[in-house]
Design a binder for this molecule. Structure first.
Ligand SMILES: [Cu+2]
Length: 188
């Protein structure tokens, strides 16, 4: 099969690139986009919660418009993509078979890789795999790559922009409801 990416020098490949941060965790890929202002909000591992998986700093104005997705990497056709890869816990490996791209995701490191998609596909059939045996849930650590023509990418970004700028995560996990009191009143 012909690869769905083009070969180019690093300089060519990162001009006008769409830059995203990809943060691996057991067992998912978190993806941060800089949003309309094109500036990434600061991240702090101490701020990581179930609703803020990448630890986006709520006090940083640059992060208010950031888009955070879970296991879904959306990119633009014919536009270079620069992915900065890191991990929250153990060593994972970001693997995009269709782009012939593979790079370890290492805690404490921020590793750039780039590719330019030259075929569009919005079916979700293009897999993001983890190519490092990273724990018991390794088998379910997979995502999808979507390559959109320019206009579709713009509308995806508009649709995915945080409606409430105070909510950093696009895929919040609901907090558990507090348990009901179990004490009984002996007088009743
Ligand atoms: Cu993994």
């Amino acid at each position: 099969m012909r690869p769905a990416r083009q070969q180019a020098s690093p300089q060519e490949s990162t001009q006008n690139a769409l830059e995203v941060h990809l943060i691996g965790e057991q067992f998912a890929w978190n993806i941060q986009y800089p949003g309309k202002d094109n500036v990434f909000g600061k991240r702090n591992v101490k701020l990581v919660t179930s609703t803020n998986p990448i630890g986006l700093d709520p006090d940083d104005p640059a992060g208010k418009d950031d888009i955070v997705t879970l296991n879904q990497l959306h990119v633009e056709l014919n536009r270079p993509v620069l992915v900065r890869i890191s991990s929250k816990d153990v060593i994972h490996s970001f693997f995009l078979p269709v782009m012939r791209v593979k790079q370890d995701a290492i805690p404490g490191m921020d590793v750039p890789i780039h590719f330019t998609p030259v075929k569009a596909d919005a079916t979700g059939d293009w897999e993001i795999a983890c190519a490092q045996l990273c724990g018991l849930g390794h088998y379910r650590m997979r995502g999808q790559l979507f390559v959109h023509p320019h206009d579709d990418f713009v509308s995806w970004a508009a649709k995915s922009a945080p409606e409430n700028p105070a909510t950093p995560a696009a895929n919040p996990v609901p907090e558990a409801t507090p348990a009901q009191p179990t004490t009984t009143n002996p007088a009743s």
